[in-house]
Design a protein around this ligand. Structure first.
Ligand SMILES: Cc1cc2nc3c(=O)[nH]c(=O)nc-3n(C[C@H](O)[C@H](O)[C@H](O)COP(=O)(O)O)c2cc1C
Length: 386
């Protein structure tokens, strides 16, 4: 089926998930879709949005509306950011570039993971949208410094340090399917790919995607490390982040905060924005849903620090709830991953377009015309509390 016809049938992120499930080999779909441990955080991320209900302020004149937001001294047309997605080239050929171009069609930032299969110069050339970089901090400071230099020289406008991945998590779907690096074929994996011919005919000629970008920077004395366990620094604390603040002069974000008490430390450390995240339920199993703790973060920083948030956002209503509770913008992870797996750049652009119209209509039905006018009076907790 051609792309335009395929996308005509897709009306929600849930539709994109179903389409991705059909096209991707099970091991790749499970890598995208799965979570850590019992997947209780993954389930909680979805369930939590149901506890926050919207209270429309209608009647109101909503004939003129804007979804624009301000961040880091600039204006963005939508309160959305495409989150870093490692190994995106296993979803689509050069999937990272398709994500970048899809985001650029809407003028929203796209974050390149350093666990990517494309090089920095290719990434920078992909579309003319805002480009941010995400760093998994390696064990060596020398290597960390090199990443900052390379990302800066390449032209990335902002950087996110991910802090919720101090050690790798146990993702049982990946373990059971053998989706790990270095990749080794088994009869079950071969069967998996031959029974998904669309994916295989697209990706096959390019070979199994490897995180080349990760290997690009020497990992310290031992050189390139073979797997995730040795690629991450388990000694990532605020001292290191403060040190990094001096290495990276452009906007710096800490991604993966869950404890509201960390917000003030971030502010004092000169961080430009925080990203409340539980990594989409892929790291600490049993973690609290991000929307649940957002109000505490907002109370801690009192408007002094922009708050980005991700984990579990699938609809415009989810996004509006977070903005009403005080978030500045929302990062989308799997929503973009399912879309790029389904239809590459066009899929990503379509997914963002769907979210844009859902945000717009939710806001309008709430009687609100500007993102800045969303506020906590539009939210009731199930059970009646604010
Ligand atoms: C397939 C996949 C790969 C990811 N890779 C990275 C990564 O390389 N770096 C990172 O900081 N977060 C990574 N994340 C987490 C996302 O950036 C984001 O925090 C998460 O997906 C948000 O939850 P959601 O998927 O429910 O939207 C990944 C998530 C997924 C689904």
């Amino acid at each position: 089926m051609n792309t335009a016809r395929k996308l005509k049938r897709i009306h929600s992120i849930a539709d994109f998930r179903a389409a991705a499930r059909r096209v991707l080999p099970r091991m790749v779909f499970d890598y995208v879709d799965g979570g850590a441990g019992t997947e209780s955080t993954l389930a909680e991320n979805a369930a939590a949005f149901e506890r926050f209900r919207l209270v429309s302020a209608a009647p109101a004149d909503v004939s003129k509306r804007s979804l624009a937001i301000s961040l880091f001294g600039g204006e963005f047309p939508l309160p959305l950011i495409v989150a870093p997605l490692g190994l995106a080239s296993s979803f689509w050929v050069k999937g990272e570039l398709a994500l970048a171009r899809g985001a650029a069609q809407h003028g929203i930032p796209w974050v390149l993971s350093n666990n990517a299969s494309v090089m920095l110069d290719e990434a920078m050339a992909a579309g003319d949208g805002p480009k941010w970089f995400q760093l998994y901090v390696p064990p060596s400071r020398e290597a960390t410094k090199t990443w900052a230099r390379l990302a800066n020289e390449a032209g990335f406008e902002a950087l996110q340090i991910t802090v919720d991945t101090l050690v790798p998590s146990r993702r049982l779907r990946d373990i059971r399917r053998g989706f790990s690096m270095p990749f080794a074929w088994t009869p079950a994996k071969l069967f998996d790919v031959v029974t998904h011919p669309d994916w295989t005919s697209r990706i096959g000629p390019h070979g199994i995607p490897r995180p080349q970008l990760m290997f690009h920077v020497p990992w310290g004395a031992s050189g390139a490390a073979p797997d995730m366990r040795t690629r991450l620094s388990p000694a990532l604390d605020w001292d290191l982040i403060r040190w990094f603040r001096d290495e990276w002069k452009k906007p710096l974000m800490v991604k993966g905060l869950a404890d509201p008490r960390q917000a003030k430390i971030a502010l004092d450390a000169g961080i430009d924005a925080i990203v409340i995240s539980n990594h989409g339920g892929r790291q600490l199993d049993g973690a609290v849903a991000t929307i649940e703790i957002l109000p505490e973060f907002v109370a801690e920083v009192g408007g002094k620090l922009p708050i980005l948030i991700d984990s579990g956002f699938r609809t415009g209503a989810d996004v509006v709830k977070a903005l009403a509770l005080g978030a500045t913008a929302v990062q989308i992870g799997r929503a973009a991953a399912y879309a790029v797996a389904t239809a590459g750049e066009a899929g990503v652009a379509h997914a963002i377009g769907l979210l844009r119209s859902e945000i717009d209509s939710t806001m309008a039905l709430c009687g609100i015309t500007r993102i800045g006018d969303l506020n906590p009076s539009l939210i009731r907790r199930r059970g009646g509390e604010r």
